[in-house]
Design a protein around this ligand. Sequence first.
Ligand code: ADE
Length: 300
Amino acid sequence: YPEDDPAPLRPPASRTQSKSRNSSVTGRMTVDDFEFMEELGQGSYSTVWHCKLLATGQEYAIKRIDKAHLKRHQKEQTALAEKNTLVRLGSGHPGIVRLHWTFQDEWSLFFVLDLARNGELQTRISQIGSLSIECVRYYAAQIVDALGYMHSKGVIHRDLKPENLLLDDALRIKITDFGTGKLLDSGGEPTKTFVGTAQYVSPELLEHNESSKSELNMTPSRPATCDDWQKIKQLEYDFPEGFDEQAQDLVRKLLVREPDQRLGAGSTGSPYDMRALRSHPFFAPINWSTLWSDPPPPLE
Ligand code: ADE
């Protein structure tokens, strides 16, 4: 397992003055530094809890990963990749869940993450049926912006889907779950491992078992007609009646078999800045420079 805590992930200074009886004498954090409140969600080998750091009262989401489960399924590398990916992303973007600290005990690894108080975007979409076009535009723009940052750091998520898009206090996007994250070296080497979720997988991942920064599959609603891999490979999908024309145009330009031909995937100029994607007419009403301070449209 990773020996914990590179320099940026040290406990806060206030902690060392904490009077907590159970505080670790090693200076590392332990579970006793936190109050564990309700469960926020479950993954295949982890559980996320709403927690409070006792020393400061600050709230976080703590992902607890079961070591025995990791070992049994030979997923140690997955946890390590998740941590390395989050460390590389740092605190550099408001749209990406930040890793504050890590620690471990005999049974578990713990990742202390930003709390996204408003949960999964998926849950909201299910509650209200579908998002207004203004919401789709706003959230799509935030996702594009966060992905642009991620890719500039050589990170590809590889399992982007509504369940991994969380909403913070201000109902802005926070991308989470980098358990499938991949770090690219400067050459942008593709990878040969299958990861991800069947419904949102890219054609090249199915056919050649390769992923790239062009993986983005950004339909504003679940691509319900892409219900099997054959349809993904054939790019078989259709638009519901009344689907915004410019959104249709955008989706058509993104769901292209050749990864390099997808809008925003070009590697000319500043690499992977997604300029062509940001300039698409669908995003014309978006002010990219105030995207993270503008209030979101009403979620309805
Ligand atoms: N569920 C999974 N991760 C979460 C997070 N960081 N905040 C809130 N809910 C979550």
